[in-house]
Design a binder for this molecule. Structure first.
Ligand code: ATP
Length: 344
């Protein structure tokens, strides 16, 4: 089912503008993530779609050909998964999943059939008769998903579904959640402030800041081709180089870099992974810090026109603090952004 938001905005009664007029179009079966820092309006956008919040005048929300703008939440036929999961703790897994189906007054045989189907899909059969209190965090998360999916919602909405879990489990469940959502073949929107989570799960990521959509794209598009300073910094921690572009050359304190295109009047950004020690490099920097991170060393470098520039070094040993090193940056790794985008 497609989801279309036209001119969707939200001003709370106290005057807070949580969302400026926004358009969003989600394809059937697409998994979309709303990503942004705390307070950027992502939960508000999700709640507008859910019908838990009324948009300002002039907004329209369509599920396929159905204009649901004035529908209350129960008429929208959506599935929801919250941070807390909101499961009934003392009921069994099976009864939790069946709950919404009972509310729909489906015949018992149909309820049993659907519960068995989602139990199998979510690999929960061995736990069907256990109480929620006897499940691990990851299993609870799967029950919450199964319960939301069982009534065959038109759209699935998830609000920070992994944030209640500890870091190790979160990493593991990220891929599992991505796999399950795809196997459901359902249009899904999920809110997160964690860029790894957004990139790992979503087909397209909507990056938001201050009630505004900054950019929508596949994880690769956003990472490789950010359109603004905000997106470059928020997705993958790009660092701005200070210096001056002169055609296809960029002159910084530590030397001159080649650009892949004319950089006049542009800001130049780079990510740590593209800043490498290279004896043939055109830049000279001083090593201010070395941190061993297992797969690589993170270098803190000075002398490149900004106070600190991070680089990565792969190898058996690292340079020492205080060393002067040669650095190269591949021209294709430099991101050129319009200067006016920096106003944000
Ligand atoms: P978080 O990640 O912290 O949940 P968010 O991106 O989901 O943040 P929202 O909850 O959508 O952000 O809030 C957006 C803005 O609207 C914030 O400035 C918030 O303080 C404000 N806001 C949210 N709910 C209300 C409300 N009921 N009344 C007034 N202001 C609100």
């Amino acid at each position: 089912m497609t989801l279309t938001l036209k001119n969707g905005s939200k001003t709370y009664p106290d005057g807070t503008v949580a969302l400026i007029p926004t358009d969003l179009h989600v394809q059937p079966g697409e998994i979309i993530s709303l990503l942004g820092p705390s307070g950027c309006g992502k939960t508000t956008l999700l709640r507008l779609v859910a019908g838990l919040e009324r948009p300002d005048k002039g907004a329209e929300i369509w599920f396929g050909e159905d204009n649901v703008t004035d529908y209350p939440v129960e008429k929208r036929k959506i599935g929801m998964v919250f941070q807390s999961y909101a499961l009934f703790p003392n009921m069994s897994v099976r009864r939790n999943i069946a709950y919404g189906l009972k509310m729909q007054k489906l015949p018992q045989a149909e309820i049993d059939r659907r519960v068995d189907e989602v139990l199998s899909l979510c690999r929960l059969e061995p736990y069907a008769d256990r109480a929620i209190t006897a499940l691990s965090g990851g299993q609870r998360q799967r029950v919450a998903l199964a319960r939301a999916f069982a009534p065959r919602p038109r759209i699935l909405l998830l609000d920070e579904p992994l944030s209640a879990l500890d870091a190790a489990l979160r990493d593991q469940l990220r891929d599992e959640l991505a796999g399950l959502l795809r196997s459901f073949k359902i249009t899904a929107i999920f809110v997160t402030h964690d860029q790894d989570e957004a990139m790992a799960i979503a087909d397209r990521v909507v990056v938001m800041s201050h009630g505004r959509i900054m950019q929508i794209g596949t994880p690769e598009e956003l990472y490789r081709n950010p359109k603004s300073r905000f997106v470059a910094e928020f997705v993958g921690h790009a660092m701005e180089l200070s210096g001056k572009a002169d055609g296809r050359r960029f002159v910084t304190e530590g030397g001159t870099l080649e650009l892949s295109e004319d950089g006049t009047d542009k800001s130049v950004f780079v990510r740590a992974e593209d800043v490498r020690i290279d004896p043939q490099g055109s830049l000279t920097a001083k090593v201010e810090g070395v941190t061993f991170l297992g797969t690589h060393y993170r270098l803190t470098l000075s002398g490149l026109g900004r106070e600190r520039l991070y680089g990565q070094h792969f190898g058996q040993s690292a340079p020492s603090v205080g060393d002067d090193v040669k650095i190269s940056i591949n021209p294709s790794a430099l991101m050129l952004l319009p200067k006016e985008a920096n106003a944000e």
